[in-house]
Structures are given as C-alpha cells and as structure tokens.
Design a protein around this ligand. Structure first.
Ligand SMILES: NC(=O)c1ccc[n+]([C@@H]2O[C@H](COP(=O)([O-])OP(=O)(O)OC[C@H]3O[C@@H](n4cnc5c(N)ncnc54)[C@H](OP(=O)(O)O)[C@@H]3O)[C@@H](O)[C@H]2O)c1
Length: 319
C-alpha cells in the first residue's frame, strides 16, 4: 500500500456462507460486569465505528447493550442493518424446549426484531432451570446428561427457520465436537467463537473453518490483559514500533489479516478508539508473529468445564 492510500482493514466484513449477511471482522465484546459501564462502552464503541457487538444471556447486561443500541438507532447515528449483533444461549437452557424462550428473552432485552447470530455459548449442558450456575452441596457443577449438543443444535436450526435469527454457531467448542455438528447439522454453523490470539492461534481449527466456510471469531484477542502479557511480548512491541502502531493494534490487525473475526473489550474510550483504528500489517510482520511467538497459553478454561472465567496463566517463558 502506498502512502496516502486509505487503509480499509478496520472495515473488513466476512460474508456468512452458512447464514445471511456479513460479519464485520472487528467486534466489540460486552463482557463488562457493570451495566452502566456496559451502556457507556457500547455507545463509545458505536461512535468510534464498531458495528459488531458480542453479547450473551450469561453476561446479564443485554438490556444495557440494547439501551445503547436503541439510542444510536433512534438518533439515526446507525441503521439496524449496518450493525451485527450476536448473543448466546447459556448452559442451563440446552433442553430443546428451553431454547426458543431463552432466545426470545435475549432478543427482548436487546430490543431487536432479529439477532444476526445466535451461538451455543458452551457445549456443556447444565441442569435445566433458572439457575445459571447450578451446584450440588459440595459445590460441584450439576450437568445435564438428558440432552445432546445435536438436539440443542436442532432447536437453534428452528430459530433460523422462524426468521428471527440470521445465523447460528457454536462457542468454546473443540474441533472434534465441531466436526460432529458440521456432519450432522441441516444448517451448518456460520460462526465458531473461541479464545484465540498469538499465544493460542488455533491454526488447525482455523483451517477447518476455512474449508467449511465458517467464520472463526476470536475472543480475548488481546490476551485479556493477563500474564504473560501479549501486549508486552517483544515480537509484538518491536513490530508496533516499526509500523508506528500500538501493540494492541498489531495484535488485532494480525487476527483480521489471517482471516478471522475478533472480539476485544475495553471500558476506556481512548482504548476503544485505538482498537478500532487498525491498519494492515506488512506480510513479514505477519510471519514474524507466526514464527516468533511460540509460547502456548490458554487463559480461559471454559472449554474444559463450561464454567466461564479467566484465570491468570501459569508464568511461561514467552517468546
Ligand atoms: N465465548 C466465550 O466463552 C467468551 C469468553 C470470554 C470472552 N468472550 C467475548 O469476547 C470479548 C472479548 O474478550 P476479552 O475481554 O478477553 O478481550 P481482550 O480485548 O483480549 O481483553 C480485554 C482486556 O484488555 C484490555 N485492553 C483493551 N484494549 C486495550 C488496549 N488498546 N491496550 C491495552 N489494554 C487493552 C482491557 O482493559 P480495560 O478494560 O482497562 O480497557 C481488558 O482488561 C468479551 O467481551 C466477550 O464478548 C467470550
């Protein structure tokens, strides 16, 4: 690219081969505990240009995201069709008869006529009921062996048939389980949301997603700010200096340029803006990140148990 050519990386959209519409590659995550902060951050994200928002019933703040969205829509700052909204079914609602009510409740809280993408938040079914975190007397999670992931998936397919959900997908899933749903599903997953960043590039999963035209949506794209800090990794900081961008912008550009979509979250307006203002990295920088960062770190153990939450990673020798 020559000097003066506007860089359009931040506006990248990925068409959904197995759904309707296209997902803006740069997504804003709304896993923010405080609803007031959620609303403010969502407003700021819309103002700086984010057009893709990731929500979940488990975050208990869909109404705050919906309030911010409604204000922007009513003010004419954005049009509904320009915004891509994802939300997710939580583990206590995997029984097929609970799927539509859970979806409708999310859609009402978000104050939207339709949702662009609905994901099964994790492949783990918990005891059906209103408790999002059912535990036995010894504090152990109560799982539900009375429903399979394929049965829950079929209930999501019916939501697409009903027209209030434009695409469906999975989250926190292994390649093996994804393959089963891809093989069995009448409607194939459009999106797979998993933790991914240069410490957890998930190349094998990304290759499978490419083959099946599934969008890989990377969460914790900045490593969730945990140790070992991705944004302090010397490979990232050296490239950042060279290309006159911040370490966060380098990590986010890397994700988009390798063909993924991503989610990042901040409550700080200057960081929300910074995270939108990414630019294309030179190919040698892409290769340096791939070859130069060899440490493997998973920050979120949700894939093992279905219980959400980041844990500080064991200190590893990062390179
Ligand atoms: N499917 C799942 O199970 C799952 C699990 C986790 C997350 N998610 C989704 O993914 C989204 C993103 O995940 P995440 O929160 O881990 O994303 P992340 O962007 O990797 O991490 C957020 C952390 O990075 C910091 N940060 C953000 N921008 C920065 C910048 N420019 N410079 C320095 N630090 C910066 C934030 O600090 P400040 O807050 O101080 O700005 C925050 O501590 C969530 O909101 C949620 O929607 C999904």
């Amino acid at each position: 690219m020559s000097l003066g050519t506007p860089d359009t990386l931040r506006f990248t959209k990925i068409p959904l081969a197995n759904g309707f519409g296209a997902m803006p590659a740069l997504g804003f995550g709304t896993l923010i505990p405080d609803p007031v902060a959620t609303k403010q951050a969502t407003k700021t994200a819309l103002e700086v240009g984010f057009r893709h928002f990731d929500c979940a019933e488990r975050y208990r703040n869909e109404d705050a995201v919906g309030d911010a969205m409604q204000e922007a829509l009513k003010a004419g700052a954005v049009q509904r069709e320009d915004v891509f909204v994802t939300t997710k079914l939580w583990n206590n609602n995997h029984r097929p008869e609970r799927v539509k009510p859970a979806f409708e409740a999310s859609r009402r809280r978000l104050q939207l006529d339709y949702v662009d993408c609905y994901l099964i938040h994790t492949p783990f079914a918990f005891q059906p009921g209103d408790d999002q975190d059912p535990r036995d007397e010894r504090g152990r999670v109560i799982y539900d062996s009375g429903v399979t992931l394929a049965e829950t998936w079929r209930a999501l397919e019916r939501l697409v048939d009903d027209g209030q959900c434009k695409s469906i997908g999975l989250s926190d899933i292994s390649l093996e389980k994804l393959q089963e749903i891809v093989a069995a599903g009448r409607i194939k997953p459009a999106v797979v949301q998993v933790e991914s960043h240069p410490y957890l590039p998930q190349w094998e999963l990304l290759d499978f997603c490419r083959q099946h035209r599934i969008v890989l949506l990377a969460f914790a794209a900045l490593g969730h700010g945990l140790e070992p800090k991705l944004l302090e990794n010397p490979v990232i900081t050296t490239i950042a200096q060279r290309v006159h961008k911040t370490p966060a912008q380098v990590a986010l550009a890397w994700a988009v340029q390798r063909g993924a979509a991503l989610l990042t979250t901040s409550t700080k307006p200057h960081q929300i803006r910074e995270n939108f203002e990414i630019s294309t990295l030179p190919e040698d920088a892409m290769q340096e990140i791939r070859d130069g960062i060899t440490a493997k770190v998973r920050f979120n153990p949700v894939t093992e148990t279905g219980v959400p939450g980041f844990i500080p990673a064991r200190q590893v020798n990062v390179k």
